[in-house]
Design a protein around this ligand. Structure first.
Ligand SMILES: Nc1ncnc2c1ncn2[C@@H]1O[C@H](COP(=O)(O)OP(=O)(O)OP(=O)(O)O)[C@@H](O)[C@H]1O
Length: 274
């Protein structure tokens, strides 16, 4: 099961504090993610990628614009949406089993049933033998598999992933790329995946959306037509990687903050009135 996602005119301004002006993180952003599509978002640091995911997850409800899932407008938390964070976000006092079944527990699923489902995920995610371990006893790659299993066990139709492999070493990251793709080819969830890693985006995605520096606009999208599993050493793969890296390099200087990113209340009011 997967949903079609449509983001229409999404804007987000963070209110400034005492001596700081307001900050426009998203400005009339339009984006569509088709049912079952794997889309990666790339863009300079601070371009609003996490802000977008937090809004889609219902964690931030203070925005302008519209979000539609399968054509119907949604606001706030929606049970069809699941999120995986970079920093695993596991409950440190819960075991692997208890972490994975947490979502079902909060949804009121009876203990016997959620245990059975969690054990299936533990086997499928290569975590057998680690059921009783606390997160601190697991490697980074295992923690992230627990976090992904905990999200997927609730059968979300839109999976939001915010740099889920950012904290892992290259070997573990590549192993989890292969794992995630195998899983997705079977489940075909709609996935919106934020990353800084161009290689990762080319390896995983149907489509890559490159954001401009903040406030985010869609600078360009790339359709990745290569079949899975993708060969990182192929000419086609490296050509795509180079094109995207060049676009990112030409569109932003990570060490310089552009003027005009902060807006005064008056500027924002004018913008919204226009
Ligand atoms: N709670 C907040 N209050 C004020 N400004 C914020 C807040 N959260 C984010 N911002 C600002 O909004 C902008 C977008 O942040 P966001 O985290 O969405 O960017 P990003 O593209 O995900 O960055 P990165 O790739 O570095 O994670 C940043 O400049 C950030 O400082």
């Amino acid at each position: 099961m997967a949903v079609n996602v449509e983001i229409r005119g999404l804007s987000k301004t963070f209110a400034g504090s005492d001596n700081r002006s307001d900050y426009r993180a998203l400005d009339c952003l339009d984006l569509q993610v088709r049912r079952g599509e794997f889309v990666s978002l790339l863009g300079p640091s601070g371009s609003g990628k996490s802000t977008l995911l937090r809004i889609l997850a219902g964690l931030d409800q203070d925005y302008q614009g519209e979000i539609l899932l399968d054509g119907a407008s949604v606001t706030g938390r929606d049970p069809r949406v699941g999120m995986v964070f970079q920093e695993f976000a596991l409950f440190p006092w819960r075991t692997t089993l208890e972490n994975i079944e947490a979502g079902l527990e909060f949804a009121g699923v009876p203990k016997k049933e959620r245990r059975r489902a969690a054990m299936e995920y533990i086997a499928a995610f290569g975590l057998s033998g680690f059921e009783s371990c606390l997160p601190k006893e697991l490697s980074g790659g295992m923690k992230q598999r627990v976090a992904i299993a905990r999200t997927l066990i609730n059968n979300p139709q839109l999976v939001l992933m915010d740099e889920p492999f950012g904290a892992l070493d290259c070997q573990m990251r590549n192993a989890l790329h292969a794992f995630l793709i195998k899983l997705w080819l079977v489940r075909r969830d709609t996935i919106l995946f934020v990353t800084h890693n161009v290689d990762e985006a080319v390896f995983l995605s149907d489509r890559i959306v490159v954001f401009s520096p903040s406030p985010a606009r869609v600078l360009r999208t790339f359709d990745i037509d290569m079949p899975h599993p993708r060969d990182r050493t192929s000419f086609e793969f490296n050509q795509m990687r180079r094109t995207i890296l060049e676009l990112l390099a030409s569109s932003s200087d990570p060490l310089s903050e552009k003027p005009g990113r902060h807006v005064t209340n008056t500027q924002q009011a004018r913008h919204e009135a226009a």
